[in-house]
Design a protein around this ligand. Structure first.
Ligand code: ATP
Length: 267
């Protein structure tokens, strides 16, 4: 995996994201078109860049969407994990935040993605709380500096928005909250299709139907990745040995039975 804070245009396409269409529209308005057509937004007086906060259960695509947005906009992407900013000596956290924003400015347009952003605000008042408080203050300074934020788009992600300091959620900061839910039964089918694009799925397999199966209820996107990989593994193990395979004209594929076996395994 990439070094912390490394910037690059991610290779995640929106086709890799299953479902979540309304989120895509929102990101299109708030970030993608703003980067593509800055003159329009300026002429209409829409030059205030507000941060967006993605919240919801783990493994449902928050990081994935943020990367796809950067890819669509042709923007650089810096992935930062909230708790890692705290793993610094006193005083260094503030410097780390300043450095981060300055690095984002030098490679703008840039999306600055704060994973587990709640970690930066929950420890207030507790032991070591003043380290967090100073870090948070620095973060707010950076978020509030409209000029400094030109071309820098901030997205946060959290599983626990309720523990976040309300000061962070004001307009201009992480002012827009977007819920990323567990996928619906139809969305599970769409996610499986997105994941299946890179796998030899047999033409007889109905991924929508698999997504609607009762055994798939409450599975997250990350769980569906596990399901897809397990099915692929079972299919591979099920592949006839080379002497037997001469009977098969078509290449070996993942079939419905492999998904069914995978489902009993992962649940
Ligand atoms: P966390 O809160 O744990 O950080 P997250 O919401 O950021 O989770 P991701 O890291 O984006 O979750 O998702 C985990 C993996 O699950 C992704 O790498 C992706 O492969 C898969 N995934 C999740 N949601 C989707 C989706 N809607 N479409 C396609 N794949 C998905």
């Amino acid at each position: 995996s990439r070094r912390e804070g490394f910037s690059a245009i991610p290779n995640v396409k929106w086709d890799d994201v299953g479902g979540l269409d309304s989120l895509r529209k929102e990101f299109d308005r708030c970030i993608v078109r703003r980067i593509r057509f800055p003159e329009d937004y300026e002429r209409f007086g829409l030059d205030l860049e507000t941060g967006l906060l993605l919240y919801g259960p783990p493994g449902c695509g928050k990081t994935l969407i943020a990367k796809a947005v950067a890819n669509e906009a042709g923007a650089n992407f810096i992935h930062i994990k909230g708790p890692e900013l705290l793993n610094k000596y006193v005083g260094e956290s503030e410097l780390a935040v300043r450095t981060l924003f300055s690095r984002a400015r030098t490679c703008s347009p840039c999306i600055l993605f704060f994973d587990e952003v709640d970690a930066l605000t929950t420890m207030r008042g507790k032991e070591g709380g003043w380290v967090v408080e100073r870090l948070l203050n620095q973060l707010l300074i950076e978020l509030d500096g409209a000029e400094q934020r030109r071309g820098v788009f901030v997205i946060g992600a959290t599983n626990r928005p309720e523990v976040m300091d309300p000061a962070v959620l004001r307009p201009g900061r992480f002012g827009k909250l977007l819920y990323v839910p567990l996928p619906s039964s139809d969305e599970r089918g769409l996610i499986l299709k997105a994941l299946g694009r890179k796998k030899p799925i047999d033409a007889s397999v109905d991924l929508s139907a698999i997504g609607r199966m009762e055994a798939c209820e409450n599975l997250s996107g990350a769980d569906l990745v596990a399901l897809m990989n397990e099915a692929a593994m079972i299919a591979l193990e099920d592949k006839p040995t080379s002497t037997e395979s001469t009977f098969y004209a078509a290449p070996w594929t993942i079939k419905t039975t492999h998904f069914e076996q995978a489902l009993t395994k992962i649940s």
